[in-house]
Design a protein around this ligand. Structure first.
Ligand SMILES: [Zn+2]
Length: 317
């Protein structure tokens, strides 16, 4: 994903891509906005831009470094969070402080992402301030917060502040239509209205539907690593009508993509994503999401359900 693919918030987006093009990138950024406003997505694009080895557009989205960032496995992009605690403790920040003076593994920079900066305790904020006062040249910090007012002014004064606002309706609807091609226009309108203009919330509204029974049967076996069960769930889908099959495969793909996202975004973790991640590796999930995407596209181009399912049974085990 590149800056121009981030939906809405044109001023923020242009400021960032301009900063990267001109080599004037701040070593600390504070991304603020409500739940679902795109902070995590934008942080990932910024992190990719920091370590990208491709070009000419930065991030290119294609080089090995970018791919690692987007699949949450880049060793120099480090998330500072502990999903099991309500606050982000001083111990976590101290651990980060011990790590920050160890040179990057493979990139020119080391990027620390603090996804819940509003939950940093006061001692944690003070410890963070010490790091920000004398960071190593390669150190970069991305603070994400739902409330910039909870961050110490002394920290804020060291950060470039990027406030994310709601997305225009036409942009949001175009995005939702591309992401949920099987949904009816009215469903998309409803999801947008419930979201207040924040795409993450609109997506949650779209995905709050329970999995269709066929998708649930697949999910059950796939999360258990049961290759025979996966096959048993897939084969009957050969007889499903094309439109319904696109919906089922779309739901399965969403679930896998959400799990991949949850690896680098602890706040996106759910019992379902945890269950999948405990059994399946990132590269397996990546390959599965790509295969499902290909299958959906083939179906949209009128490939037969039988042919697509036959192909998928070889790809998903
Ligand atoms: Zn790249």
């Amino acid at each position: 994903m590149r800056f121009r693919e981030f939906i809405g918030n044109d001023a923020v987006r242009m400021r960032l891509s301009g900063a990267f093009e001109g080599g004037r990138v701040s070593h600390c950024m504070l991304l603020s906005g409500p739940e679902g406003s795109g902070k995590h997505t934008l942080a990932r694009i910024i992190a990719a831009a920091m370590v990208c080895t491709g070009g000419p557009e930065i991030p290119c989205g294609l080089c090995p470094a970018c791919r690692k960032v987007f699949s949450g496995v880049h060793p120099d992009v480090i998330t500072v969070d502990d999903a099991d605690h309500k606050t982000v403790s001083v111990e976590l920040v101290r651990r980060m402080s011990a790590d920050v003076y160890i040179r990057p593994n493979e990139a020119g920079r080391k990027v620390y992402v603090i996804p819940r900066a509003q939950d940093l305790t006061e001692p944690a904020q003070n410890a963070l301030l010490k790091i920000l006062e004398e960071p190593p040249a390669y150190g970069t910090f991305l603070l994400l917060t739902t409330n910039a007012g909870r961050i110490l002014p002394t920290i804020r004064s060291r950060c470039a502040e990027l406030a994310l606002g709601p997305v225009e309706k036409h942009e949001a609807l175009a995005f939702l239509k591309a992401r949920y091609p099987q949904a009816k226009p009215q469903e998309l309108e409803d999801a947008f209205r419930r979201s207040g203009g924040f795409l993450g919330q609109a997506m949650r509204a779209m995905e709050s539907d329970d999995l269709l029974p066929q998708a649930a049967a697949f999910a059950e076996s796939y999360a258990a690593g049961d290759a025979f069960g996966v096959l048993q769930a897939l084969v009957p889908l050969e007889k499903t009508k094309r439109e319904q099959l696109i919906r089922i495969l779309g739901q399965i793909r969403q679930w896998i993509v959400r799990s991949l996202e949850a690896r680098s975004t602890p706040s996106a973790r759910t019992p379902e994503t945890d269950r999948l991640l405990a059994v399946r590796t990132g590269s397996e999930l990546f390959a599965a999401a790509a295969a499902l995407q290909t299958a959906i596209e083939d179906l949209e181009l009128n490939a037969s359900a039988g042919a697509v399912i036959g192909w998928l049974t070889a790809k998903l085990r």
